[in-house]
Structure formats: structure tokens, C-alpha cells
Design a protein around this ligand. Structure first.
Ligand code: KG4
Ligand code: ZN
Length: 339
């Protein structure tokens, strides 16, 4: 095809989305195919690892073909393959990595292993190619709530959840309230009609003295919602008010800690990524608190939730440094940020 820019095919299977995408070195997305397994997991109220692996296996080949077709390229046009190596569900990761290894071997392409959190961080660059380290990142999703300092050549974890991830808390509260799965969008929809001051749910700020000031804890908030509903009685409570109050309690902690850390470390640029970053109330609260002192980056919804364009974008960093994976590489459920 005589393409001028290098192209990477990204593959993502760390949780319940099977995804493949072709991205150029110019960070222009040539294709971005995401197949959600939500309908298979919905009746269980959460992701079932065994089902996730099986569905990835059924879908991975046609998703890869579709990503190449939509980009109008073949394997011969690619410079490398990038695949999520971890963290995530081990069986789910295994399917994507095995597929990527086989394709890399068959087509003689270098293989790049990408950390899923790092991929989420680089999703912000797809719409802002000029974004450059150092900056602060908040990865807020179903699996993580992490504050990460992004330096020029390494990542430093500054805070994380000690129990449930933010998205996990949304999903569990939604399940308890009988709203369905996944809970984030359903709670956001109910909350839009409710009063965030109706119930004063606890905010867990954790202590500086215990070196915990930038960590999070959301399981107490989830339990407080359960106690409140049981005490008041399901027929007496207003679901919309419970949702609005839960959401604002959770986000108040997230917003305050993120901005406090940015101030402490002296960062003016903050990227907010991951599935929960789709939430409009989070975006509004963060923007209000940040005022004009900080520049915030919120990727489009399709790039916040799991996708492979972000995996390919993160892959370019390693392509430049020629950091490739061997065909013996294995996935890791808790892969190190700097691996
Ligand atoms: O990033 P993601 O697609 O997968 C993980 O890596 O976890 O995030 C999925 C999570 C789910 O917990 C879902 O409930 C949450 O993101 N989520 C939301 C919203 N949309 C998705 N949470 C709050 N508000 C939303 N609008
Ligand atoms: Zn994710």
C-alpha cells in the first residue's frame, strides 16, 4: 500500500471486551473494533472468568480480521503487534496473548506486551497527540482506581484502592438495588434525576499519618448503601436519591485526592481514563474543582472503556525502544507497571 506511517495492530482481551484496532504512529485510529460480552455476563451480575475466556476464543479471529479490513490493510502493512499482557483475568489474557504470538510468528512481526493500565493512560493521547510526560493519571475502571505518576521513562504508582475499584462499587451497588449490569451507566442515569444531598454517605479519606492519604477505600461506602436501604426499607427509599448520593460521595473523594496529589507533585496536567471516566458527574465535579489551575484530559467514551486502540497507542512507546516480547512470554494477572 506504500503507507508512510508505521502501523500497529493492537489486541485486548483482559476482561470482557474482545477488541482489535489498527493505529498509526501519527496516533490516527485506522480501525477500532470492540465486541462486548455484556449480554453473556449480565444474568450473573458480573463478569464470569470462564465465560469470558470462551467468548474471547470464539471471537478473536474475526475481530482481528475485521480490524484489518476496516483499516484497509493486511498483515504485510504492519510494523508490529501489541497485546495486553496483564493485569486482568488470567484465562482471558491468555487467549489474546496466544493469538498475538501465533500471528506474530506466522507473519514475522515483532510482538509488544502492553500493561492494561498503561494502555488506559495512553488512550488520552489518541485525541491529544501532543500530550507528553510528565503528568498525573487517574485510572478509574471496573478493575482499578489508581493514581499514577507518568514520567518520561517510567510509571510510579502513588495511590490505589485497598478494596473495591470504583467501577466495582458502582456494579455492586447497582446489583443490590436491582438496577442491572453493568452498574455504572445505570446508576448515572438514575442519579441524574436524584438529589446528591439526600443521604449523607461516608467519605473515606484515609490518613496521611498512615501513609494512606492517596489510597482509596470504597467497600465501606457500598456497605453504607446496603445498611441504609435495609434500615429505611426498599419501598420507602428513592432509588434516584440513593444513586445520586452514592455517586457524589464516591466522586468527592476521588476528585479531592487526585487534585491534592497533583498539587503536591506539582503537575498541571491530569488525564482521567478508564470506564468510570465516562461518567458526566465525575467530569463536571473534577472540572469544577480544577478550575483554571489544571488542564484535564478526558478521552471520548469509546476510548475510556476497554478497547484495543489504546493498546496499540501504548505499543508505539515500546516499538521506539525496540522492547519486544519473546514467543515464550506469559500473561500476568498482576503485571508490574514498568514491565
Ligand atoms: O475500563 P472498563 O471498560 O473495564 C475495566 O478495565 O474495568 O471499565 C468498566 C467499568 C464498569 O465497572 C462500569 O460499571 C464502569 O466502568 N462504568 C461507569 C460508567 N460507564 C462504565 N461507571 C460510572 N459511570 C458510568 N457512566
Ligand atoms: Zn480497563
Amino acid at each position: 500500500m506504500g503507507l508512510m506511517t508505521k502501523l500497529i495492530l493492537g489486541i485486548e482481551t483482559s476482561c470482557d471486551e474482545t477488541a482489535a484496532a489498527v493505529v498509526g504512529e501519527d496516533l490516527v485510529i485506522r480501525s477500532n473494533v470492540v465486541s462486548s460480552q455484556i449480554r453473556w455476563h449480565r444474568r450473573f451480575g458480573g463478569v464470569v472468568p470462564e465465560i469470558a475466556s470462551r467468548k474471547h476464543l470464539e471471537n478473536i479471529n474475526w475481530i482481528v480480521d475485521k480490524a484489518l479490513d476496516e483499516a484497509g490493510v493486511t498483515f504485510a502493512d504492519l510494523s508490529a503487534l501489541a497485546v495486553t499482557q496483564g493485569p486482568g483475568l488470567i484465562g482471558a489474557l491468555l487467549v489474546g496473548l496466544a493469538a498475538a504470538k501465533a500471528l506474530a510468528y506466522a507473519h514475522g512481526l515483532p510482538l509488544i506486551g502492553v500493561n492494561h493500565l498503561v494502555a488506559h493512560i495512553w488512550s488520552a493521547r489518541l485525541e491529544n497527540p501532543d500530550l507528553k510526560p510528565p503528568f498525573l493519571a487517574l485510572v478509574i475502571s471496573g478493575g482499578h482506581t489508581s493514581l499514577i505518576e507518568v514520567k518520561r521513562d517510567f510509571y510510579c504508582l502513588k495511590g490505589e484502592t485497598l478494596d473495591d475499584a470504583a467501577g466495582e462499587a458502582f456494579d455492586k451497588v447497582a446489583k443490590f438495588l436491582g438496577l442491572g449490569y453493568p452498574g455504572g451507566p445505570l446508576i448515572e442515569k438514575e442519579a441524574a434525576k436524584g438529589n446528591p444531598q439526600a443521604v449523607n454517605f461516608p467519605r473515606a479519606f484515609l490518613l496521611k499519618e498512615k501513609k494512606n492519604e492517596f489510597n482509596f477505600s470504597f467497600s465501606g461506602l457500598k456497605t453504607a448503601v446496603v445498611y441504609y436501604v435495609k434500615k429505611e426499607g426498599r419501598e420507602r427509599i428513592k432509588i434516584k436519591d440513593v444513586c445520586a448520593s452514592f455517586q457524589s460521595a464516591l466522586f468527592e473523594v476521588v476528585v479531592k485526592k487526585t487534585l491534592a496529589l497533583a498539587r503536591e507533585l506539582g503537575y498541571k496536567e491530569i488525564v482521567v481514563v478508564g470506564g468510570v471516566a465516562v461518567n458526566q458527574t465525575l467530569r463536571a465535579m473534577m472540572s469544577k474543582e480544577a478550575g483554571t489551575k489544571f488542564k484535564l484530559y478526558f478521552p471520548s467514551a469509546i476510548l475510556c472503556t476497554d478497547n484495543a486502540a489504546m493498546v496499540a497507542a501504548a505499543g508505539f512507546e515500546k516499538l521506539q525502544r525496540r522492547e519486544f516480547l519473546s514467543l515464550e512470554a506469559e500473561p500476568s494477572a498482576n503485571l508490574d507497571l514498568n514491565s
